[in-house]
Write a protein that binds this ligand. Structure first.
Ligand SMILES: Cc1cc2nc3c(=O)[nH]c(=O)nc-3n(C[C@H](O)[C@H](O)[C@H](O)COP(=O)(O)OP(=O)(O)OC[C@H]3O[C@@H](n4cnc5c(N)ncnc54)[C@H](O)[C@@H]3O)c2cc1C
Length: 403
């Protein structure tokens, strides 16, 4: 028996529009920007303007990352809000091309961070601006509490010093949300996020990376040298509250992990559909009414992969739904990210197996999707880190007790 979680009725138009964009705009330029790494996908400017228009007209409550904000509503009942619409929009567009979606103006992961933790005044001030997210450093990847970038108060400003690597959309975005410590002796509680203008002379672009996948997306490395940021650009509270620990900054992940899961679900769906078509051409019949073990090996494999995909999709939808319904979703956000990240890599590689040489060949996009998939199991917390978080939350252990 399969469970089908339907797209909420009010988001069906959004889903259709996003799918159309993926088919008509993203797929046709997908290979071009995979090959022209670091070239700016100018076609996206028009598309981003269209998304802005959809958001302004209210026909969508958030087609991209900027729409995610944990609901603070005390209303009871079932809500499908901007977390769900963003997840659906991202899933459908990533069916088109995940690298291009990561390059979509004004829909960066930094926008999700702003949406998740900014106060109302900041939300208004940063509205309509494109923000990247800079947490990772040469000595701090999975262990984000180990970051060394510092922020010292000087009059009405903070002065930031440090190094940030692997910043998605770092070159192209207008703002970079930088994690830095107000006081390294106070540990993780002192880590805050700061919104830095990309044009700030203290934010120095060192290089752009060459990568396995998502080549349409720029990945930047920065140095922060006496980078002065107005005090109003610290997101959330400037107080160091050792009881709440890292909560403010980490809250971002409750909103962004379901989105990364949605990216993975979209890429995996693309691989599955492509494979299903090739199998049909080869006269492999997939019968949904008969047990998999009684069918051909190829059909049974496809059924297994589809079941895995569906489990990932359900977890992703649940995590986004919880965010829209004021339910703490850290556990579910990590479960969705872990499941979808792994499923996406596994599904795309096994689809290559099923398709044979046509799957490996650059004449089709499947080989590209398999390369693009891997990052979705790495950024916003690797597979291993999600499992660690899930174990901590289920067992009631702290990060010091289970590491
Ligand atoms: C293309 C790309 C884009 C990125 N975009 C961004 C971005 O926009 N912003 C940003 O801040 N960062 C970004 N990152 C960085 C990404 O989030 C990190 O690469 C990731 O968090 C892992 O950190 P690391 O690479 O330092 O690996 P490490 O932390 O060194 O981990 C190496 C391996 O060890 C495992 N491991 C680590 N600790 C444990 C543990 N306690 N238990 C079990 N296993 C463990 C990891 O799972 C991993 O497999 C990006 C990275 C890439 C490649």
């Amino acid at each position: 028996m399969t469970i089908n979680l339907e797209t909420p009725k009010k988001f069906r138009v959004l889903q259709e529009q996003a799918h159309q964009v993926a088919t008509e705009v993203l797929r046709p330029i997908s290979r071009k920007y995979d090959q022209a790494e670091h070239a700016y996908p100018k076609e996206l400017d028009m598309l981003a303007a269209l998304i802005d228009g959809m958001n302004e007209s209210g026909s969508s409550s958030g087609a991209g990352a900027s729409g995610v904000r944990q609901s603070r509503s005390t209303e009871t009942g079932n809500r499908n809000g901007s977390n769900m619409s963003s997840a659906i929009g991202v899933m459908e567009t990533c069916w088109g091309d995940v690298g291009l979606v990561l390059s979509m103006p004004r829909q960066g992961l930094g926008n999700a961070a702003i949406a998740a933790v900014a106060n109302d005044e900041q939300l208004e001030r940063y509205e309509g601006r494109w923000a990247a997210m800079a947490i990772t450093e040469p000595e701090a990847g999975s262990d984000s509490a180990a970051i060394r970038t510092t922020a010292e108060v000087d009059g009405d400003e903070y002065v930031l010093n440090g190094e940030k690597i692997y910043v998605t959309a770092g070159e192209r975005a207008e703002l970079v949300v930088v994690w830095a410590s107000l006081d390294r002796s106070q540990g993780r509680a002192a880590i805050k996020s700061f919104v830095v203008e990309r044009s700030n002379p203290g934010l120095i672009l060192d290089r752009l990376e060459h990568k396995l996948g998502i080549r349409a997306s720029d990945t930047a490395a920065f140095r922060l040298e006496d980078c002065r940021v107005p005090k109003d650009d610290l997101l959330g509270s400037p107080d160091i509250d050792t009881k709440k620990s890292f909560a403010g900054a980490m809250q971002t992940f409750d909103n962004t992990r379901p989105l990364v899961a949605a990216m993975a679900v979209g890429v995996a769906r693309a691989s599955l559909e492509f494979t299903q078509e090739r199998l049909a051409e080869a006269d492999v019949e997939v019968d949904y009414d008969r047990p998999a073990h009684s069918q051909s090996a190829a059909a049974a494999t496809l059924l297994e992969l589809e079941a895995d995909w569906e489990a990932a999709q359900l977890l992703m939808m649940e995590a986004a739904w919880m965010a829209d319904n004021s339910k703490p979703n850290s556990l579910h956000a990590s479960m969705a990210k872990a499941k979808a990240g792994r499923a996406c890599v596994d599904i795309s590689l096994r689809c290559i197996e099923l398709c044979g040489s046509v799957g490996y060949d650059e004449s089709e996009l499947l080989e590209k999707w398999a390369r693009d998939a891997k990052i979705l199991d790495i950024f916003e917390g690797t597979q291993q880190i999600q499992q660690l978080i899930i174990a901590r939350l289920l067992l009631g252990k702290t990060s010091a007790q289970l590491r």
